[in-house]
Design a protein around this ligand. Structure first.
Ligand SMILES: O=C(O)C1=C[C@@H](OP(=O)(O)O)[C@@H](O)[C@H](O)C1
Ligand SMILES: C=C(OP(=O)(O)O)C(=O)O
Length: 450
């Protein structure tokens, strides 16, 4: 799916209020993991609510290339017939993970401790992103890697034939790195231990336990210590993927900045390792409420109700919260533009190595639309202009980054003049129904001829 060869210029503008129900698709992180662990189980895993975005579809293709039987039954229902831990076959072609950091890093982890060789590539965005953060710990298991300079894709991994379990402290707050090491540990005999100083999303730990792996998590002075016993037989599961809080962020934030809006976003996973944005918005004074709070599949879930919020104030977002909202800073910076006062976002260096350098991409587009932004290597701040004070009127580059494209579309719903992006095609990686969903709420968003 890599390439997005035909750019799709898009424009959004102020229209009436946004109202109604926004049913966002399944969680991207959980969808990747359901396919991957399904491929490693013995027997048939059934998945409902799978996100059918390009990133996840690329992971489905990759699992087929490694020998699993992955079947799309329509309507978000999928089955995966797994090959068992250690049972991957060597793919007969290059694995193309498209735009997806999660896909490539987790899959590298799984194959790294199997006696096979695989070559990975991606689109122009993914091929710029750092992979040494994953291949360095994989080398400790005995995996060999040859890639482009700077640890970039395309890259070939020679899996360890006799893997040794490792103890690894993750040097950056990254669930992808943590997960790659745990997935490699699955096929190493004995115990693999991963330590993270800051808690990152814990879907891998939860799902590994669900599939029957022996895994423990301890909070210690060192941080979160995760211990996995290798070479289990994973049991196939029935998985209902909850709706993605990172996708919910867009209709929620759109409602907050669009006069008169009242939008219900039902069934959103509020796992504390993911819900930082909603806490932050409430601290800013957003009219955002949790309705019908409940548990589904072991995860806290609620229906979110977001209403136009003309009285939001800028805040200092606690750096300790960064991991729980790392993908939501771009859209938060848009909301901050419609608040009064300064919003300070610190401890967010990781934003520079996502699909784009997200601080740079957002700072450029916000400034072009009349918003003042200040930035350093690991922080940035936005000067709010109030609910009616954002000029808009500019075309922003999306840099092959879905979250940048969707964030600027949200800005256009509340700004004085229309806001455009040069290319909205990356939106299909995580939120293929974004445009239709927003239009159903009453938003004005259109594709333009390039
Ligand atoms: O593990 C995951 O599913 C993800 C982890 C995060 O990346 P990092 O681990 O690089 O922080 C996040 O940005 C990405 O969208 C999904
Ligand atoms: C960072 C993201 O994804 P990935 O790292 O999987 O490309 C994202 O979806 O915002």
């Amino acid at each position: 799916m890599s390439g997005h060869s035909t750019p799709i210029p898009m424009t959004s503008r102020r229209a009436g209020p946004l109202t109604g129900v926004a049913e966002v698709p399944g969680d991207k992180s959980i969808s990747h993991r359901a396919l991957i662990l399904g491929a490693l189980a013995v027997g048939e895993t059934r998945i409902t609510g799978l996100l059918e975005g390009e990133d996840v579809l690329d992971t489905a293709k990759a699992m087929r290339a490694f020998g699993a039987e992955v079947t799309d039954h329509g309507g978000g229902e999928w089955t995966v017939h797994g090959v068992g831990v250690g049972g991957f076959q060597e793919p007969d072609n290059v694995i193309d993970c498209g735009n997806s950091g999660t896909g490539v890093r987790l899959i590298m982890g799984v194959m790294a401790t199997q006696p096979i060789t695989a070559t990975f590539t991606g689109d122009a965005s993914l091929n710029k992103r750092p992979m040494a953060r994953v291949t360095d710990p994989l080398a400790l298991f005995g995996t060999q890697t040859v890639g482009r300079s700077g640890g970039r894709l395309p890259m070939t991994l020679v899996g360890a034939a006799d893997p040794i379990p490792v103890r690894y402290e993750v040097p950056v707050p990254s669930a992808q790195v943590k997960s790659a090491v745990l997935l490699a540990g699955l096929n190493a005999p004995g115990q693999t231990v991963v330590i993270e100083r800051e808690a990152t999303r814990d879907h891998s730990e939860r799902m590994l336990a669900g599939f029957g792996a022996e895994i423990t998590v301890e909070d210690t002075d060192e941080g979160r210590v995760i211990t996995l016993t290798g070479q289990p037989e994973l049991k196939p599961q029935v998985i209902a993927v909850p709706r993605d809080p990172s996708s919910a962020a867009f209709p929620v934030c759109a409602a907050l900045v669009t006069p008169g809006s009242d939008v219900l976003v039902p069934g959103i996973g509020l796992n504390p390792t993911r819900a930082g944005l909603f806490t932050t918005l409430r601290e800013m004074g957003a009219d955002l409420t949790y309705e019908n709070e409940r548990e589904e599949g072991g995860e806290p879930v609620a229906d979110l109700r977001a209403k136009f919020s003309p009285n939001m104030k800028g805040i200092d977002v606690p750096p300790a919260r960064a991991a729980s909202m790392i993908d939501e800073y771009p859209v938060l910076s848009v909301v901050a533009s419609f608040a009064t006062g300064t919003t300070m976002m610190a401890g967010v260096k990781e934003l520079r190595v996502k699909e784009s350098d997200r601080i740079d991409a957002m700072a450029r587009g916000l400034r072009a639309n009349g918003v003042t932004v200040d930035e350093g290597e690991d922080w940035w701040s936005v000067e709010g202009l109030g609910p009616d004070g954002v000029p808009g009127g500019a075309t922003c580059e999306s840099f092959l980054d879905h979250r940048i494209a969707m964030s600027f579309m949200v800005m256009g719903f509340g700004a004085q003049k229309a806001v455009s992006v040069d290319d909205g095609s990356p939106i299909a990686t995580s939120f293929p129904i974004f445009e239709d969903l927003m239009r159903n709420l009453g938003a004005q968003i259109e594709r333009r001829n390039s």
